[in-house]
Write a protein that binds this ligand. Structure first.
Ligand SMILES: [Zn+2]
Length: 181
């Protein structure tokens, strides 16, 4: 974040870092310090307005965004007591931050869920990939006439079958399937 600090924040920090002894200051000096302090506070409030209020949608819109986001969170990730329900707290926060924040996180959650299968679904997936590997490799066990004349011992069709079987195994590994394929 260094180098990107808003000058108004830097100015306020610089003022706070100054060392003043009010008891020894003249009324003029005190007045000047007060004026500078007020100016810094004003700038910080201006910054807060820019960051927060201007990006705020109406309450109903924010509530709709938060609800839409929360609908993507699995029940297993929710807590029964509202104070411990971080999904709800974060959904509210994200809906407040900006127009696109809640929508972006909602889309991430949807994408993640497309990959997430239940236990039985994973078993079916592992079985299907295992069957596909077996099917492709079974052809290669019965070498054809073309295989007999090919230098590698496999014709183009049977070579392609082997490649497909390999790609099914690679997909299984990617999906974290611990089957013996
Ligand atoms: Zn062949």
């Amino acid at each position: 974040m260094t180098g990107t600090v808003d000058p108004r924040i830097a100015s306020a920090r610089a003022l706070l870092a100054e060392d003043h002894q009010p008891i020894t200051m003249t009324p003029d000096e005190l007045w000047h310090l007060l004026a500078r302090t007020q100016r810094r506070v004003h700038e910080l409030l201006e910054l807060l307005d820019e960051l927060w209020i201007s990006s705020r949608a109406p309450a109903a819109e924010r509530a709709r965004r938060a609800a839409e986001l929360l609908a993507e969170v699995p029940q297993s990730q929710r807590a029964s007591n509202p104070e411990g329900d971080y999904a709800s707290v974060l959904a509210d926060l994200l809906a407040n931050i900006g127009d696109d924040s809640a929508a972006a996180v909602r889309d991430w959650l949807r994408a993640a869920r497309r990959l997430a299968l239940t236990g039985p679904q994973r078993e079916v997936q592992a079985q299907a990939l295992g069957d596909a590997v077996t099917y492709r490799e079974s052809g290669c066990d019965r070498a054809c006439a073309d295989c007999g004349t090919a230098p590698s011992g496999l014709c183009a069709d049977h070579e392609a079958d082997m490649d497909k079987a390999d790609s099914y195994r690679a997909l299984a590994r990617t999906l974290g399937i611990e089957a013996d394929l």
